[in-house]
Design a protein around this ligand. Structure first.
Ligand code: HEM
Length: 336
């Protein structure tokens, strides 16, 4: 992630939750759409009757809505981007990446309308229900563009791969749907196919020219106050972190290995791993910040070292060829 993107994403646990829930919502929305199309095509397997597809479709849509609520609530609760409750309800009302966030709001409202009218289907009748249900086809590409335009992970290969996989699944399902039907519906199906192809090409071209280019955080409309915020330092940490370690391994007079490590991202943090003393069975870990000892605790050793320093869980993984060793420190909370 670039410094700008880091600044724009912030290190808080709420922001990580927003991102995770956003990705999960997109995946569930995709699965819901594909299952919905399978239901309308009356797909069934040898061992999977049609009602299984229908009930999975219904249950996944409810789960997607639940995750969407988590996504929105955590985005609003996180103070970093300054997204207000109103910005999550009124499309294009917010200052943070206005257009791309606004498309997410439109998508969410479309999704909420589809789920709500499905729950009220008996009352509103099949015609009105079906009309609203078409919104699902619009909500999906809007969510994709929102995710790529707003998300901190849009440039990551895993996010691009996941989005491409979701797009492939939806395109395959939509193609199957459009290939089914008589002559009477051929013109409408032809128009829908052209719209699907045009939308796919447009989103791919926009992704290449926009979110994948350097400087997207600025062009996407990230407020200047956030862009100019200093890149968070380890001292600003509020949640779990993972840092690279560098150090050396020396042999004690009794031939046992003793490892001294420094946190490469937070150099005032040092870690020493001592072999067990004569009356001990476990190695000892000492964590120091500057001249202050934060803890001196026993560690379980497997492929990595596990220890609890105060209330912070630590995993220290070592790599490299002695005497030069490196590795990573994963901690459940800041070490202060
Ligand atoms: C169906 C509706 C929605 C879906 C499927 C969705 C999905 C996503 C996805 C996939 C991301 C990218 C996450 C990443 O890069 O790791 C994202 C980002 C984001 N979404 Fe949504 N979203 C929806 C609606 C909304 C709404 C209504 C809001 C309003 C608060 C919102 C706020 C955000 C924010 C602030 C981000 C940026 C998080 C980051 O920096 O990664 N989303 N969303």
């Amino acid at each position: 992630m670039t410094a700008t993107a880091t600044a724009a994403s912030g290190p808080s646990a709420l922001w990580f939750a927003t991102r995770g829930a956003g990705v999960a919502t997109l995946v569930l929305l995709t699965a819901t759409l594909v299952l919905g199309i399978s239901t309308s095509l009356r797909v069934e397997g040898r061992r999977t009757p049609r009602f299984v597809f229908a009930s999975l479709h219904r249950n996944l849509s409810l789960l997607a809505l639940l995750l969407l609520v988590v996504h929105i609530v955590t985005a609003v609760a996180d103070p970093f981007a300054g997204i207000r409750g109103l910005d999550a309800l009124v499309p294009f009302a917010g200052a943070y990446r206005r257009v791309w966030l606004g498309l997410g709001v439109l998508s969410a409202e479309g999704m909420a309308a589809v789920v709500a009218t499905s729950l009220l289907r008996r009352r509103i009748g099949p015609r009105r229900w079906r009309l609203v249900h078409w919104l699902a086809y619009a909500a999906w590409p809007l969510a994709v563009v929102h995710g790529l335009g707003t998300g901190s992970d849009a440039q990551q290969p895993w996010m691009l791969g996941l989005t491409a996989a979701c797009a492939g699944a939806v395109l395959a399902a939509v193609s199957a749907r459009l290939l089914r039907g008589g002559w009477r519906t051929l013109p409408a199906r032809g128009i829908a196919a052209a719209a699907a192809v045009a939308t796919t090409v447009a989103i791919a071209a926009w992704t290449a020219a926009g979110p994948l280019q350097p400087g997207w955080a600025v062009r996407a409309g990230t407020p200047a106050s956030i862009l100019s915020a200093p890149t968070p330092t380890p001292a600003d940490r509020t949640g779990p972190f993972r840092d690279p370690l560098v150090g050396t391994l020396v042999r004690t007079s009794s031939g046992q290995a003793e490892v001294s490590l420094r946190d490469a991202a937070d150099p005032s943090l040092t870690i020493v791993i001592m072999p067990p003393g004569p009356a001990q069975t476990l190695p000892e870990i000492t964590v120091e910040r500057g001249a202050t000892t934060l803890c001196h605790v026993p560690a379980r050793a497997g492929t990595s070292f596990y220890a609890v320093c105060g209330a912070v869980r630590l995993v220290i993984a070592l790599t490299g060829a002695p005497p030069d060793v490196g590795g990573t420190l994963t901690a459940s909370a800041p070490l202060r």
